[in-house]
Write a protein that binds this ligand. Sequence first.
Ligand SMILES: O=C(O)c1ccc(O)c(O)c1
Length: 257
Amino acid sequence: MSQLASQADLSAEIDAISKEYEAAGALPDFRAETNTRLDYPPYRSSVLRHPTKAPQQADPEGIELWAPVFGQRDVDPLESDLTIQHRGEPIGERMVVTGRVTDGDGRPVRHQLVEIWQANAGGRYIHQRDQHPAAIDPHFTGMGRCLTDADGTYSFTTIKPGPYPWKNHHNAWRPAHIHFSLFGTEFTQRLITQMYFPGDPLFALDPIYQSIVDPAARERLVATYDHDVTTHEWATGYRWDIVLSGSHRTPHEEDVA
Ligand SMILES: O=C(O)c1ccc(O)c(O)c1
């Protein structure tokens, strides 16, 4: 499908593909465990990126059972505040995003590196390949990192990103999102994913979001507004908890494509 101009087009495409899956049973390009579509034509690059061979079970080598360790001195606490990286204030809605990182058994993932990158309030990335006509904010780079604390909690102060056009099809706009990378305590827990904002009208039209079929798994990518995280006259607050492993894990990008 070359163009998905409307929600009706996309819904029809999704229905047709779902029927195909139902008729064929579990296909190798459909990850049953997380209920995600790996080769999903509406998400154009998934056609090139998805695995074409059945996964091989392999015991991780000893070295893969450890993740790089970042100590308190490697990451400056100021790196978690994306609004103070320049002399001036960035434009947009200041917000705090916080949550707990746990493993599949609910244990906190302590003192681990969490990295984020995102577009500015106008939906513009500082990247050579993003040349769409929205302003670069000279006071916002859009990258930050922090370590989780002893309870597995991370926290960032940033600017709410805007929706972003991505050329996947005609009039294609990504729902506002923040990219997250987490090492966890083992390489097998490494997670790269995207966090979304509640009630985004673009969900229904986004082939990346739609490539996750299970509504509960999709929901795990959406932060909740939290008035206890919001601070008076300063920042709105969102909570987003992350589960690195197990049946309720937060969907990873490799689950998608
Ligand atoms: O996978 C991609 O091609 C792709 C494109 C645009 C995005 O905003 C993104 O998160 C992923």
